[in-house]
Design a binder for this molecule. Structure first.
Ligand SMILES: Nc1ncnc2c1ncn2[C@@H]1O[C@H](COP(=O)(O)OP(=O)(O)OP(=O)(O)O)[C@@H](O)[C@H]1O
Ligand SMILES: [Mg+2]
Length: 260
């Protein structure tokens, strides 16, 4: 049984079909990168995986079970723009995730439990290179540091699936490279299953174990909303990444343009 199974998934908003007839089978620990033209439904797909939205048709199964009706700790998410709480320090941003689910009545922990949560948060922040910034506020951090914080905030809940929606899109190339290294290290350590949307094909080909290309296969010029995107290429990236990239460029040059 696969870890995540997507069966005949459709998502439609009013008359607009965004995703159609998607089928996918993902093993635990895979790192999937998702590419495709702007507006083709990549973020929509992540929201469906997160449980933030329910599909119009079809199913997503996690360990053979339908996804819970709303986001829970099994799935963590990092968006392109910083999603951290501006009024909380770096340490509190991460510790909060441990506090809320463990103290459902009060919303806060006290005493030893609080201390434990803060120690755990501090050690993860150390791991992502923010050990020196625990008492800073997000506005005092650089873009790369804010994304490190967002990743720590997602990982503190020990999710089994990490959803990344263009997490490094706003970062300078040099910092992106550091973030790639960090993400790969964390992935190897935790064996998380990762879905990462990117507009950067190099990122798509170099980071993952599997590249998923979203594209429309059907078009009706008189009804542009009638058809949605599917996964048109599903490419294993374990062997020769450069050859895989060249092969895709040969069959779909338009995608190369859309993604750079
Ligand atoms: N909640 C919603 N209600 C109505 N339409 C929506 C909703 N969410 C997304 N859409 C539409 O679905 C389509 C796909 O949007 P989505 O954000 O998933 O694309 P994307 O592939 O992530 O694009 P980008 O690369 O620009 O981020 C768009 O046409 C968008 O307007
Ligand atoms: Mg998007």
């Amino acid at each position: 049984m696969s870890f995540i199974q997507v069966n005949s998934l459709w998502q439609q908003y009013g008359e607009q079909v965004v995703l159609e007839q998607m089928n996918l089978s993902i093993a635990e620990g895979e790192f999937c990168t998702l590419v495709g033209a702007s507006g083709c439904g990549k973020s929509t797909f992540l929201r469906l995986l997160l449980g933030q939205e329910t599909p119009s048709r079809g199913k997503i199964l996690l360990d053979g079970q339908p996804l819970p009706g709303e986001p829970d700790a099994s799935r963590g998410v990092v968006f392109q723009r910083y999603s951290v709480f501006a009024h909380l320090t770096v340490l509190d941003n991460v510790a909060l995730g441990l506090e809320l689910p463990n103290a459902p009545w009060l919303g806060r922990l006290f005493g030893a439990a609080k201390q434990r949560a803060r120690e755990q948060a501090a050690s993860l922040l150390q791991r992502v290179g923010l050990g020196h910034a625990l008492d800073k506020y997000p506005s005092q951090l650089s873009g790369g540091m804010q994304q490190r914080l967002a990743i720590a905030q997602a990982l503190i809940m020990k999710p089994r699936v990490l959803l990344l929606d263009e997490p490094f899109g706003a970062l300078d190339p040099g910092i992106r490279k550091d973030m790639h290294g960090l993400l790969l290290e964390l992935w190897r350590e935790t064996r998380l299953t990762v879905f990462m949307v990117t507009h950067d094909l190099s990122e798509g080909f170099n980071l993952g174990t599997r590249l998923l290309v979203f594209d429309k296969v059907r078009h009706d010029p008189h009804a542009p909303q009638a058809f949605g995107a599917r996964i048109t290429y599903d490419i294993a990236l374990n062997s020769d990444r450069r050859a895989a990239r060249a092969a895709l460029a040969a069959v779909n040059p338009a995608l190369m343009e859309a993604c750079t």
